[in-house]
Ligand binder design. Sequence first.
Ligand code: FHN
Length: 440
Amino acid sequence: AKRSSVTLQHGAHRLGRRTDPAMARWRAYGLGQFLHWGVYAIPGGHWKGKYYAGAAEWIRSWPEMPKEEYDNLYKQFNPTGFDARAWARQAKEMGARYVIITTKHHDGFCLWPSKYTSYTVAHSPYQKDVIGALTDAYKAEGIDVYLYFSIIDWNHPGYRASLNTPADRQAYEGFKTFTRNQLLELLERYPACKGLWFDGTWDKAWVEQAAFADSLETELRSKIPGLVIGSRFRADENGKRHFDSNGDLIGDYEQGWERKIPDNIQQLNGNDWDCVMTIPENQWGYHSDWKGHVKTSTELLEMMVKCNAMEGNFVLNFGPDGNGKIREEETRLAREIGDWMKTNSEAVYNCGYAGLEKQDWGYFTRNRQTGKIYLTIFNRPVNGKVRVRLPAGRQLRTVRELKGATLKTEEIRKQEYFIELKIPAGNIPQVLEMELSEGS
Ligand code: FHN
């Protein structure tokens, strides 16, 4: 679509991608971990014997859930099984290069000892700073830390979804100050944080705060050089979210791909983006009773490589339980993904769009630094041969298994080849590396 050219004060402040080293580092992650943890992990999707079918972290909004009782759950928050280093080691084993941690979800409960509210971990029986422990543990494993922060805060007295009266407006001013204080507090307490992942920004009340949010974003960026902030934080002065009134991306990357993946790279308009994904259909916080389809490791690997092939990061969510343990299903998937990554992560880290058309067997990715081209095969043809088409002017020189043998190829016609796979058909996605030469 043709861009319009409305003059905006609070629209995108940059056209095209960020080109600095901090953003290049973000772009190179390939795989991340999302952690949703809070007091919602205690009921785990159940209340007084009743099953809550929605996302577990939303249980407070369920009519059957007495708000008073939910807001007092923190008095039971005492995850004696929590071991930040064990979570970080598991994420490392899985191959995650960054983690996004919920500091505060919509319920307003803070996993750090915020001095601006008493609704924090410091006032729970657990008392200890969870964000501090996680930040240190992940950093020690070489995993970059990003902090998730919900603007929606069901606990703060000044929070409103919409501002209908002067009294609402007055209360909301207090909430804005509180939000700013908390964000500055987080960056001061956890200076190793590389970025903020905002959520709960869709309410009309917040969408109307373009000027405030814009200046706050500038202030946050001034605290940590290179800080990465996606498109969910603020709207422009016309209330446009993610993309401003001219169609330009607000923030550093598109944050609109939640539990979905674009069909093709054209849909992304050259922007950076991430995909955040749940293991079951739609559960972020701990739900003791997953219903419906639970993704397998090969499905998740395919989603990851599909994202990488279109220049995106894939972020897989984990929802530890009320005792601080990561459930068995998630542990198993992390291990399976990690096993694959140990041999094949070369096709993931710092890999993006290869400039070649998408083909039936799987995905091409290309290392941004070395220029190496990888083929990750998810649909192994029954004849054991992968058919590869190349654009005019490019020839297939060699194809080999990763750290393995060179494979036999057959030129079917100009710019079209069969690659003979050696390993027997199995359910492990195989990665090949291909060298091309120029020529007709
Ligand atoms: O409402 C939340 C939801 O609980 C979860 O945190 C996801 C993660 O991206 N974000 C919101 C829905 O967009």
